[in-house]
Design a binder for this molecule. Structure first.
Ligand code: SR1
Ligand code: MG
Length: 402
């Protein structure tokens, strides 16, 4: 029987043995059942339940490559990054992340709270379900986690130490390629574009020099602006939800980067939900998404300002003009990053079901809508300063294109 003192990729039976040995509230349990339930692109996720007591635990293990494509060789260190990021986020917003029981650096896995009674938010949104508390929850999570890990609140030396802890070169490279470069050049020939949209993509993305200039600026922000500890992949597939609760999972892409990357990802993925409602002529769902985008941004701004006023340690934080400049930059960078996330999910290899599950004619249309909206988010980001500005762009593009 293995003592788990050397790394290997576990199967369900081995995970049961692992849990018996390592998880304090499952020690030597005899009636365990383990199932692999992961549906993400990268890791293996096992749910282990003791059928006698009903107690359960999630074991998440990283393999040496992405599970959906062996071409992506990725350091298993990503589980350390994820565990550590969840623990830090748990200090600021314990209600919005799963509890991490422990991280095992030999097996490159972690044990965490089982959230099986939640649903992945994207799955629920595709059924056009609505969540009235989401804007409140996600704005709290983002304002707390993004501001409290930044130089505004953290001691500057402590922040530099954290930047070092979260150096995440391989996962950052995935985003640099998939989000920032490939949608505009198809550099590795991995883009997947619907045939009917080839010339549209060519004109609006591949041959658009004006756009390339702005994307280049945003890419260099991502590469160089070590502003705060990001979740790094904050889409609706990284959110577990139920009526009254929201849990943010999967921060394996966490690193010190620009705040707007996380905020922009949330907006972009809400826009995908809106597009799904648009394709299904579901006006009430679209209205809920619009309100949710507006409230997410506006509540984020309110909460950000309040945390800043109460907790900022930086000497210049009391300068009102600086505070306004800082927040305004975060929002316009969020708009730019939202546009990038939208374009890459339409033309890149990592797509979203909100769009791919649509029937063909509708999909062709909403993909174009996404690209034009995304480009306006990128090109006009300086003018986007509140929630309504995002929704206005969306509505204007819809009016001109359909
Ligand atoms: C190689 S991983 C592809 C995508 O899945 C993850 O969830 C990230 O969004 C990444 O870009
Ligand atoms: Mg993920």
């Amino acid at each position: 029987m293995t003592s788990f003192d050397q790394y290997f990729l576990m199967n369900s039976e081995e995970v049961k043995e692992y849990v018996k040995k390592k998880v304090s509230f499952m020690l030597e349990s005899r009636h365990l059942e383990a199932n692999e339930i992961g549906d993400g692109n990268l890791n293996y996720v096992f749910r282990v339940i003791n059928q006698e007591t009903g107690k359960s635990v999630i074991i998440k293990q990283a393999g040496p490559t992405a599970r959906f494509n062996d071409d992506f060789k990725l350091s298993t260190d990503r589980i350390r990054i994820e565990s550590k990021a969840l623990q830090i986020e748990g200090l600021y917003t314990p209600n919005f992340v799963p509890e991490i029981y422990f991280y095992d650096d030999v097996m490159s896995c972690c044990a965490m709270e089982d959230l099986s009674d939640f649903t992945i938010m994207r799955t629920a949104l595709i059924k056009n379900k609505t969540f009235p508390l989401f804007a409140d929850h996600i704005s709290t999570f983002m304002a707390e986690s993004l501001l409290r890990s930044s130089d505004v609140v953290l001691n500057h030396k402590e922040k530099k130490f954290r930047v070092g802890e979260f150096i995440n070169p391989e996962l950052c490279e995935v985003s640099e390629d998939l989000v920032f470069t490939e949608p505009y050049f198809n550099s590795f020939n991995r883009n997947e574009v619907m045939e009917e949209n080839h010339s549209f993509v060519n004109e609006h993305l591949y041959k658009n020099e004006t756009l390339h200039f702005e994307v280049a600026k945003l890419k260099y922000l991502f590469l160089t602006k070590a502003e705060t500890l990001l979740h790094g992949d904050l889409h609706t597939g990284s959110i577990f939800i139920k009526e009254n609760e929201t849990k943010i999972i999967d921060p394996e892409f966490a690193f010190y980067g620009p705040m707007g990357y996380d905020v922009g990802n949330v907006v972009a993925n809400l826009v995908f939900a809106w597009m799904n409602g648009e394709a299904k002529d579901n006006e009430s769902f679209k209205l809920w998404v619009e309100e949710t985008i507006i409230r997410t941004i506006d509540l984020f701004k309110e909460k950000f300002t309040s945390i800043w006023n109460q907790s900022a340690a930086e000497r210049f934080a009391q300068n009102q003009a600086f505070q306004q400049h800082y927040l305004s930059t975060v929002i316009s960078e969020s708009a730019g990053m939202a546009g990038l996330e939208m374009n890459r999910r339409i033309v890149g290899l990592a797509k979203v079901k909100d769009i791919t599950s649509l029937e063909k004619e509708k999909r062709i249309q909403v993909e174009r809508l996404c690209i034009v909206t995304a480009n306006r988010f990128i090109l006009q980001r300086e003018q986007i300063q509140n929630g309504n500005d995002f929704v206005q762009v969306l509505k204007e593009v819809k009016e001109t294109l359909i």
